[in-house]
Design a protein around this ligand. Sequence first.
Ligand code: NAD
Ligand SMILES: O=P(O)(O)OC[C@H]1O[C@H](O[C@H]2[C@H](O)[C@@H](O)[C@@H](O)O[C@@H]2CO)[C@H](O)[C@@H](O)[C@@H]1O
Ligand code: MN
Length: 437
Amino acid sequence: MSKDLIITIAGAGSGYTPGIILTIMNHEELSVKEIRLYDDDAQRNKDMELIINFILKRDNLDINLVRTENPKVAFTNVDFVFSQIRVGQIEMREKDEKIPLKYGVVGQETCGLGGFSYGLRSMKGFLNLVKDIQQYAPDVWILNYTNPETIIAESVRRAYPDAKIINACDMTIAIEEIVANSFGYDRDNWIPVYYGLNHFGWYNSIYDVSLKRDIMPEIIEKIKSEGLDVSNEEPNWAQTYTNMKMLVENFPTNLPNNYLEYYLYPNIILNQTNPEYTRANQIMDGRYKEIKDTVKKIQTNTDLDSINYKSSEHGQYIVDIAASLLHNKNGRFNLIVPNKGAIPNLREDAVVEVPCYVNANGVEPISLRFDIPDFHKGLMEAQVASEKLLVDAFFENSYQKALEAFTLNQTVPNATVAKQILDDFIEANGDFWPELH
Ligand SMILES: NC(=O)c1ccc[n+]([C@@H]2O[C@H](COP(=O)([O-])OP(=O)(O)OC[C@H]3O[C@@H](n4cnc5c(N)ncnc54)[C@H](O)[C@@H]3O)[C@@H](O)[C@H]2O)c1
Ligand SMILES: O=P(O)(O)OC[C@H]1O[C@H](O[C@H]2[C@H](O)[C@@H](O)[C@@H](O)O[C@@H]2CO)[C@H](O)[C@@H](O)[C@@H]1O
Ligand SMILES: [Mn+2]
């Protein structure tokens, strides 16, 4: 295969970049001649350039690597953009998590009010990114991981309805992976039927083609009796997957997305959270430190054998989507798309996460053959409405809509607290947020 593709990674300073590039380089169906690292933080971009150059040389991988902070250079003549930006970086994530916690409310990156604070920031930065991509590469496919994904997807749909964007989340494959590994299944045999909003959904069934039955009921029983095997997980994710047992004990009809813990059990999550040292602090001391340590090792030529970035499920998922588009493979992926009847008894203008086929013509969502239960529908309707109000607030510069969004969020006990947290976030976000009046 002759090498022809150019891929740009936007938000290249992210610690996910080495895993994504290693997946690209080892993928049999993608023949890439150039990878461009694009980030608006030159230092983070340079650090990643150094790491990627080291890996390419070490592994004898032949590719043209370009580093740029200039959108024109990043996007001209490119075939795919993989986007994974974090507007405001980790320092603002820390505020997203800690400000609600001051008021006894869940503080999380993508769920609850932390997710709304991130959402208003992320929409502003992401829509600028899409504007640049549209200017220099109007026909390019954007494969997006940038969070919070439902809010991003809704805002792009309103501002750039013709943009070719696929919004994907790695959470469901991570759930499937840990379930399969815990109980000895082969998930290559699975046809999962999943529905929801991003970080807010449930499995309806998991048909195993080799066992010739829906194995979701027995998976739920196994989680109830044995719990998931969290021995290979870092402590934060181990706690999350351990909490899945409680979720299925109380709601045993469907395998849930773990992120529902923030909406169904905020009381328990608050007890498990240290308001002085949140997930952002763990990442500063983890992924961020690993990047800096790796740069130092390369610069000082020491301990190079310990540099251990690997291809991962996270990279595999987005790269497989690109291959399915390129080679018309009709691969099946859970993606974040306008509902338009895919979930028949949910408002058609919701942005939902459902199984989709991906081919040369883009994304073809699968319509469920059943109505979702009232419990899920009720939870989702409140979530959809609150997320839509937040997007309205962004486009209309409306404080009132933002307050309504915050008040309606199911992690919030009352409107007084919603207003206090909103006002704190306005101050903390400054120019990262649109003006609200
Ligand atoms: N969808 C998923 O399932 C999934 C999985 C993992 C991470 N994510 C998301 O991917 C993103 C990256 O996560 P991370 O933890 O690696 O973050 P990170 O902060 O380590 O890296 C993100 C990079 O984006 C850069 N950036 C910020 N604004 C930018 C802009 N306007 N233009 C170009 N670059 C910009 C930053 O400088 C930073 O280097 C986040 O949005 C995160 O929520 C999503
Ligand atoms: O707290 P972080 O930054 O480590 O993770 C937040 C992201 O969590 C999900 O992705 C996980 C994935 O589920 C896990 O198995 C592994 O692959 O790492 C991923 C990132 O840590 C979630 O889907 C993302 O949207 C979050 O950004
Ligand atoms: Mn996700």
